[in-house]
Design a protein around this ligand. Structure first.
Ligand code: ADP
Ligand code: TRP
Length: 332
């Protein structure tokens, strides 16, 4: 039986962090044996914010290196750059004819960008969901592992697929949001404000590229309070976040010891942070070192991207030929 098709994109807009790792990449790694996976670096998407051409390539290579260092196997999945697959912008053009300006203007992520960057409301930003739909539909994906913030975009991808199918004939399945782990892990910033993120909250976010000293420093500065004043008290969310990180990186015994201390009101947050810092260093170090080695090996990265693009183009070419035929653009 053929495997179900999964597509997901990672924007190349900054350094990957623990939120990306536990919220996304870890699931990609778990999926790679069971599904037919297409994972790509969304470099065209990143152009909406006009990145400096000097930085673009290094950003793309770093995202690839950090994903591979986190366990993604380029022999098992198609790992590629969006801009290496010209069929994606071709499908984007076709879908744009089926996307209405009115519905695009109503998308919350677009409205948020208009509010936050009124000086750069370009039409690429407006049609971001159309390009995202093309990314997904080009492989006829049925499952798309993304966070909650992307659900609206997925709904639009389903609408565009449906519109294409009714106008021209059945071609696209309607893709669904997919969570490999039922419970979506959300990692808060260490300051207790918002989530760990690529570009905001830098001092409260642990990046896969942080060195040991930086990891220790950030964790030792994490927000805590006076500690519980009664046994088995409910944890504030920023303490829960520290326990979540401990659970994700430390041994079960360590977690139990600190949980018991919390429940018995004799927890010392300094000790908890010291322990967490060491477990986090042990966790991040091999990923960082592997990613650094890979980033020095441009030949290997280029090979990964080239082979990924070949796999992605094979599937894309078939879809675009079918789309052209259904639309009536097949002259010879
Ligand atoms: P960022 O907000 O850092 O730019 P993206 O929006 O590019 O990250 O998200 C890439 C993937 O990582 C998405 O699947 C998203 O759900 C996940 N992700 C991002 N930040 C977190 C976080 N703090 N906790 C859990 N998952 C996250
Ligand atoms: N918009 C997604 C994000 O911000 C990234 C993305 C682009 C994507 N194209 C995609 C995710 C296609 C899944 C499928 O995280």
């Amino acid at each position: 039986m053929s495997k179900e098709i999964v597509v997901s994109g990672i924007r190349s807009t900054g350094h990957l962090h623990l939120g990306n790792y536990f919220g996304a990449i870890q699931n990609y790694v778990l999926m790679q044996d069971t599904y037919d996976c297409y994972f790509f670096v969304a470099d065209y998407h990143s152009l909406t914010t006009h990145p400096d051409p000097k930085d673009l390539k290094a950003n793309v290579f770093r995202v690839v290196a950090e994903n591979v260092a986190s366990g993604l196997d380029p022999d098992k999945v198609a790992l590629y750059a969006q801009s290496d697959v010209p069929e994606i912008p071709e499908l984007y053009l076709m879908l744009n004819m089926l996307a209405y300006v009115g519905e695009l203007e109503k998308v919350p992520t677009f409205k948020e960008k208009v509010r936050s960057h009124p000086e750069n409301v370009n039409s690429g930003l407006l049609t971001y969901p159309v390009l995202m739909a093309a990314d997904i539909l080009i492989h006829k994906a049925v499952k798309v592992p993304v966070g909650k913030d992307q659900e609206q975009h997925l709904e639009m991808a389903r609408n565009f697929a449906h519109r294409f199918n009714t106008r021209y004939g059945q071609l696209f399945p309607e893709p669904q949001v997919f969570r490999f782990n039922k419970e979506a892990v959300k990692i808060m910033g260490l300051d207790g404000i918002g989530k760990m993120s690529k570009s905001e909250n830098v001092n409260a976010t642990i990046y896969l590229s942080d060195d040991d000293a930086t990891i220790r420093k950030k964790i030792m500065k994490a927000k805590t309070d006076q500690g519980p004043s009664e046994p088995n008290a409910e944890m504030p969310d920023f303490i829960q976040n520290l326990f979540l990180l401990l659970q994700l990186t430390a041994s079960a015994d360590t977690v139990t010891t600190f949980k018991d201390a919390y429940n018995n009101c004799n927890i010392r947050y300094g000790d908890l942070k010291k322990q967490l810092a060491e477990d986090m260093v042990t966790f991040v170090k091999p990923i960082r070192e592997h990613a650094t080695d890979l980033q020095r090996d441009e030949t290997r990265l280029r090979k990964i991207l080239k082979e990924g693009a070949e796999k992605a183009r094979e599937s894309s070419r078939k879809t675009i030929e079918e789309a052209r035929k259904l639309i009536g653009i097949n002259y010879y």
